[in-house]
Design a protein around this ligand. Structure first.
Ligand SMILES: [Zn+2]
Ligand SMILES: [Zn+2]
Length: 386
């Protein structure tokens, strides 16, 4: 499932005993206490409700907060939202925003590098899933030089300074308070507290492990990140990781409207309520371009392989056809970038008339439609020959 690691610097780093204890004892406790309590006493509906509510509150504080807001700044959020995300993010017990985002930015910068990527999937499932957490950082110290903007954010710094108090009080206090309110303290504590914590840990870690190993690569094959709808379901939408690694500044991971990405939906709903703004989206054309480039690569590769084996005239024609399509693709892209450049320059100087803007948008739509047709034609060629 994974490539053999070639270097193992962090395997020799000293074990982080606090993490080792927490991440061994919590799953062990959940594995024993939850089924035992379920058999002996049974769980109330409220206990299950607390499991789902806290799972989504904590999980999406990591994905919408730690990840898409603080690590990548794909949108801006009202302070009230940032406080909620910071508190439930601490409850997820995945370190402070500052540490998490700094490590995550490094992951994107040097993705798959066996030495520099903090959770490189090239070092195997176990290491990228949780092995990296059980040892100290190789240097022994976190380096926040890539997170100066976050060091200036008072909410981030408050959460970082009071992380231990926050994580303990939320993990113990919230389930106990809710349990007391609904009259099932132990049930809520075990499901909404303990089981939720463990399940959320592994669901989030799947993004670093499985989402770099299992799935498709529709946008790029220059790193190990994959798109996988099954993982998206478990990871609050982050399973569309191939898209995310090529367009990390987009607030969406599941870019198609039908792709399961509750984090994206949450951000959109927040923006409708006036609590989030400046939602960043990459131009649709960039997405088409990435998909088409991958399709060309695959079709050409498959045709060349077949040609080497059966070289015939029909195949030769197919290859010529693909080459033609490729030339048209380059031409469309060129026109698009010229058009865009001109439009941006005009807009900057406020020269643009309404009708010019409309005609620009229409031409853009045309180019997009042309690329979409190209993708269909290529798919047909692939199906016939590859
Ligand atoms: Zn990744
Ligand atoms: Zn990311």
């Amino acid at each position: 499932m994974s490539n053999e690691p070639t270097a193992r610097p962090q395997e020799n780093a000293p074990i982080n005993w606090v993490n080792m204890t927490v991440f061994t004892l919590t799953p062990l406790a959940a594995l024993i206490a939850v089924p035992w309590y379920g058999i002996v006493h049974g769980f109330s509906t409220w206990a299950w409700v607390s499991f789902v509510v806290f799972l989504y509150a904590c999980g999406m504080s990591i994905t919408a907060g730690y990840h898409r807001l603080w690590s990548h700044q794909t949108y801006q959020a009202h302070p009230a939202v940032r406080w909620v995300l910071a508190v439930f993010g601490a409850m997820a017990l995945q370190n402070s925003i500052l540490v998490w985002a700094s490590q995550h930015r490094r992951h994107h910068l040097v993705v798959d590098d066996v030495e520099k990527d903090p959770y490189s999937a090239r070092r195997g499932f176990w290491f990228s899933h949780m092995g990296w957490i059980l040892r100290d950082y190789p240097s022994g110290q976190n380096d926040f030089s890539n997170a100066r903007d976050l060091e200036r954010d008072p909410i981030v710094m408050f959460q970082h300074r009071h992380y231990l108090a926050l994580t303990l009080s939320t993990n113990i206090g919230f389930p106990l308070a809710l349990g007391w309110l609904v009259g099932d303290v132990w049930g809520v504590f075990l499901l909404g507290g303990l089981l939720r914590l463990v399940v959320n840990h592994h669901f989030t870690w799947f993004i670093n492990s499985l989402a770099h190993m299992w799935g498709s690569q529709p946008y790029t094959d220059e790193n190990t990140a994959r798109d996988n709808p099954v993982l998206a379901f478990l990871t609050y939408g982050e399973g569309y990781h191939n898209f995310h690694h090529i367009f990390q500044n987009d607030y969406r991971n599941g870019v198609k409207w039908w792709q399961f990405d509750p984090t994206k939906w949450l951000i959109v709903v927040l923006s409708w309520m006036g609590l989030a703004s400046n939602l960043k989206r990459v131009p649709d054309l960039w997405i088409h371009r990435a998909q088409l480039a991958m399709q060309f690569k695959r079709t050409e590769h498959a045709l060349a392989k077949r040609h080497a084996r059966f070289g015939d005239e029909q195949l030769e024609r197919a290859r010529a056809r693909v080459a033609e399509e490729y030339a048209a693709f380059r031409k469309a892209l060129e026109e698009w970038s010229k058009l865009r450049e001109q439009w941006l320059a005009d807009r900057k100087q406020r020269l643009l008339q309404k009708w010019e803007e409309t005609s620009f948008r229409l031409r853009l739509k045309q180019i997009e439609a042309e690329l979409r047709m190209q993708r269909r034609r290529l798919r047909a060629i692939s199906r016939a020959y590859a």
